[in-house]
Design a protein around this ligand. Structure first.
Ligand code: AMP
Ligand code: GLY
Length: 430
């Protein structure tokens, strides 16, 4: 079967790598893909932009594509699924109306209020002086979010009122995020430990994936600016069996039911970012309407099941009839970024040591690379995600860290402490 995969990042590399393992899959065309993704077996790159829905659907018709898999949020929010479904093409992902859960933070907050889903209290503003007045009333710490899509960078967790006012000035005054920041959501600062919960949803049923956790802050100790994610691991030990039950019953199932009630049923990957408080209560920090990046890289390393079988069941509405099986091993991925990420990206720097990291037993997923004269070069903010399995999180981390240290490019930056909370929990237990 021929698959069309849309996207070009580390997440899409992991999806392609996993789909290529399926005996049902004969070919994976990735639009636009990357040199690193194209190095996988069965994969070819096609030169179609992710925003060109018509050219993508024409390709799917012409090449008898069995299923189109959408990696990133932008085409989902822009209605690629609506477009493909109107042409009777099989595609996995939510329609534009349901994708608003990620496309607009204000929409997501109202959705959660409407359906009694636990989350931080909030208010939305387009007027700058109202926003400043609200900050003065609430005090710090407080969180300011651009309403629209900002590649994971439109969130400021302000420890002081000065930082909070500056964030409002940047978003509503200087419009640093353009239209995405013309409305801001200001919300209560939540205390606790974060976890990501991802489920595959077929409109009605949901198949929970293994738990995972990413590190969004650029620097060690979870300091510095927010990024798309500097590393991730699975499972996330903060999510005990009891907390997982609570997340399913009080967050995921009410979300799926709320979407049905609103007339916008959800098909695809529903990603819930959560803050788990001290007494185990989970509150939603954000929704994403696709797999997380870099969570997907360590997650799919643990997936034993055939990914295509799961995706097909989601498209057909028969997810209640399949199960996903996961390796008991833990996995962890370390992102190697250009030194100035997230402020700017790296381009044309020669990358050494990818084979060395793989020879150690790591899998190196490409997030932003190019191939020039048979030599991989940087081409993005996040460049690679070095991922590894281990008997426990400490072993997975040790191997991924070793793989990361084997790779070199000019101005490379990565966090040496990915998974530190999970490792501390393990050490506390033993
Ligand atoms: P988001 O893009 O909404 O996931 O926010 C990015 C990151 O900011 C999250 O992963 C958290 O680390 C942090 N964050 C967002 N909202 C809150 C909140 N209400 N309280 C504390 N931290 C938050
Ligand atoms: N790692 C979080 C995200 O994909 O947005």
């Amino acid at each position: 079967m021929h698959i069309l995969l849309i996207g070009n990042g580390g997440r899409e590399h992991a999806i392609a790598w996993k789909l290529a393992q399926s005996t049902q899959v004969t070919k994976i065309s990735v639009a636009p893909g990357s040199a690193g993704i194209a190095a996988e077996s069965k994969v070819e790159r096609i030169d179609i932009a992710i925003s060109d829905h018509a050219a993508l659907s024409d390709y799917a018709v012409e090449h008898l594509v069995h299923l189109t898999v959408v990696g990133p949020e932008v085409p989902l929010v822009a209605g690629i699924v609506d477009h493909f479904e109107a042409a009777n093409l099989r595609i996995i992902g939510p329609r534009a109306a349901a994708a608003q859960l990620e496309g607009s933070k204000a929409y997501a907050k109202e959705f959660m209020q409407r359906h009694s889903i636990p989350t931080a209290s909030h208010a939305s503003f387009s007027d700058i002086s109202d926003a400043h007045a609200y900050l003065d009333e609430k005090g710090a710490p407080i969180v300011i979010k651009a309403d629209g899509l900002a590649a994971g960078k439109g969130v400021v967790v302000a420890q002081t009122l000065d930082e909070a006012h500056a964030a409002v000035d940047a978003m509503l005054g200087e419009q640093t995020f353009g239209n995405a920041g013309s409305t801001v959501v200001i919300e209560e600062f939540l205390v606790g430990e974060e976890a990501s919960f991802i489920a595959l949803v077929d409109g009605q049923h949901c198949l929970p994936f293994a738990t995972s956790q990413d590190h969004k802050a650029r620097d060690e100790g979870d300091h510095g600016p927010n990024t798309g994610g500097m590393g991730a691991y699975s499972p996330a030990p903060v999510v005990t069996d009891a907390i997982q039950k609570h997340i399913l019953a009080d967050v995921v199932e009410p979300t799926v039911a709320g979407l049905i009630k609103d007339g916008t049923p959800f098909k695809g990957f529903l990603y819930v970012g959560l803050m788990i408080g001290d007494s185990g209560e989970a509150r939603v920090v954000e929704y994403n309407v696709r797999l997380g990046d870099p969570e997907t890289q360590p997650l799919l390393m643990r997936l034993d099941s055939d990914l295509l079988t799961l995706l097909d069941a989601a498209v057909e509405g028969t997810l209640d009839q399949v199960q996903a099986s996961w390796q008991s091993q833990c996995s962890l991925g370390v992102v190697l970024a250009g030194g100035d990420y997230p402020a700017s990206s790296s381009k044309g720097e020669k990358i050494d040591g990818i084979e060395d990291a793989e020879a150690l037993g790591c899998k190196v997923f490409h997030a932003g690379t190019d191939l020039n004269n048979n030599q991989f070069e940087t081409n993005g903010g996040r460049v690679l995600c070095v991922s590894a399995l281990g008997e426990n999180i400490k072993e997975a981390k040790a191997l991924a860290d070793k793989g990361a240290a084997a790779i070199k490019f000019s101005n490379m930056h990565y966090r040496r402490d990915i998974g530190y909370r999970a490792v501390a929990r393990l050490s506390a237990k033993t």
